[in-house]
Ligand binder design. Structure first.
Ligand code: PLP
Length: 402
């Protein structure tokens, strides 16, 4: 098998599973328990918070562990938006109703991009039904959201900006430094969905003025079902999940100690090896891409060809005269795993909203495939996979009626 779907999920690093194992067996205590052995679990959670914090330049107290990127996005948007309005009004609110809008003098607005992950987009749709106005900024045809367009959308009614750090389908890395500066200047809460970026490219919550950040362990060789929500100190969110008051009362539920320990270990390994891994995976991606582009006609790169501005392991290609799904199936029979856009879009059978927002025509969208490399891939993988893609495209094109 050649696994080229690392944007969907990654293999858990053996050093991560080794770090987790004791917390699944011998050190199984509830971190909230009062007896001495449980203190080891509390300490392990705390230590992991420090490791994840270090990856983004935050403090351990600003780290809240969640069940994954989806929960982090939901919490950030829903509770962040309410907090943003409360801050403007200087009183606590729980919903945005007519009286809140009347007091503000406007309907509070959230600015986001039209290429966000469904975890952000669906939450925004819900918030729209609950009284917020949502403004979607479109990207250019390479997948970049322009700061000028964000600035134009940030009128005084805007209380929150949510902009992903890097796109899951085309890998384009957004200008968070400029976005964060703008948000900060305008008293707008700044959230970033960094699920694809975390551990792969440098992120710094201070220089980027990030107030809320979502991440997920399984995208950086950690376990599935463990996420992070970074909450800048001083930002007072209400809990999205109510219960026993764990994690500063912000996210109740007995901590997933083993998962959290695994996340901490994955974060440390990612930080240590980030530069080397980025150069290596970008090299594999480039060998793969150039082999295909130099041999096969009718192939276009989706997203920017300025490869330094996309995630190191990401490439998204459209193949004329064939459909991405047919290619995917043929590649699967050869043991090559890739994806038609995001896993979610693939399962829903919907054409990619990202490529659509970038203005690509339907044929190019239908003919697209995403390949995402990791440091676990080899140069041989890249070459063999490229040859398999070339063969599969030739085969499928030969089957098409002339
Ligand atoms: N946000 C982005 C950009 C993603 O790529 C994903 C997962 O693919 C998510 C959020 C959801 O993360 P999780 O799978 O941890 O819920």
């Amino acid at each position: 098998m050649i696994y080229l779907d690392n944007a969907a999920t990654t293999a858990v690093d053996r050093r991560v599973t080794a770090a987790m194992e004791p917390y699944l067996s011998d050190i199984y205590f509830n971190p909230s328990a009062s007896y001495t052995p449980a203190a080891r679990c509390r300490a392990a959670v705390r230590k992991a918070a420090g490791k994840v914090a270090k990856l983004i330049g935050a403090e351990p107290d600003e780290i809240v562990f969640t069940s994954g990127g989806t929960e982090s996005d939901n919490t950030a948007l829903r509770e962040g938006a309410l907090y943003a309005v409360s801050r403007r009004l200087k009183r606590e609110i729980y919903t945005v109703d007519e009286s809140v809008a009347a007091e503000l003098g406007f309907r509070p607005a959230i600015v986001t991009s039209s290429i966000e992950h469904p975890a952000v987009l669906r939450t925004c749709e819900r918030l729209e039904k609950e009284g917020f106005e949502i403004r979607y900024v479109a990207p250019d045809n390479e997948g970049f959201v322009h700061i000028g367009d964000i600035e134009a959308a940030l009128t005084p009614a805007v209380v929150m900006l949510s902009l992903m750090a890097a796109n899951n389908e085309v890998g384009t890395v957004q200008d968070l430094v400029s976005a964060g500066r703008l948000a900060h200047e305008r008293d707008v809460i700044f959230h970033t969905d960094a699920v694809q970026a975390l551990g792969h490219i440098p992120l710094d919550v201070n220089s980027m003025n990030i107030d809320l950040l979502s991440g997920s362990a399984h995208k950086l060789n950690g376990p599935k079902g463990t996420g992070v929500l970074y909450v800048r100190s001083g930002i007072e969110l209400k809990p999205f999940i109510e219960g026993g008051g764990q994690q500063y009362g912000l996210r109740s539920g007995t901590e997933n100690t083993a998962g959290i320990v695994g996340f901490g270990e994955a974060a440390s390994l990612a930080l240590e090896g980030m530069n080397e891994a980025a150069v290596y995976t970008a090299g594999l991606r480039d060998v793969f891409t150039s082999t295909i582009l130099n041999t096969l006609s009718g192939v276009t790169v989706n997203g920017t060809t300025d490869y330094a501005r996309r995630l190191p392991g990401n490439i998204n290609l459209s193949f004329d005269g064939t459909e991405g799904t047919s290619l995917l199936i043929r590649l699967d029979t050869k043991g090559i795993c890739c994806s038609t856009g995001s896993a979610c879009a693939a399962s829903g059978g919907q054409p990619s909203h990202v490529l659509k927002a970038m203005g690509l025509d339907e044929r190019r969208i239908k003919g697209s495939l995403r390949f995402s490399f990791s440091a676990a891939n080899t140069r041989e993988d890249a070459v063999l996979a490229a040859e398999a893609v070339i063969e599969a495209a030739h085969f499928l094109r030969s089957m098409m009626p002339q």
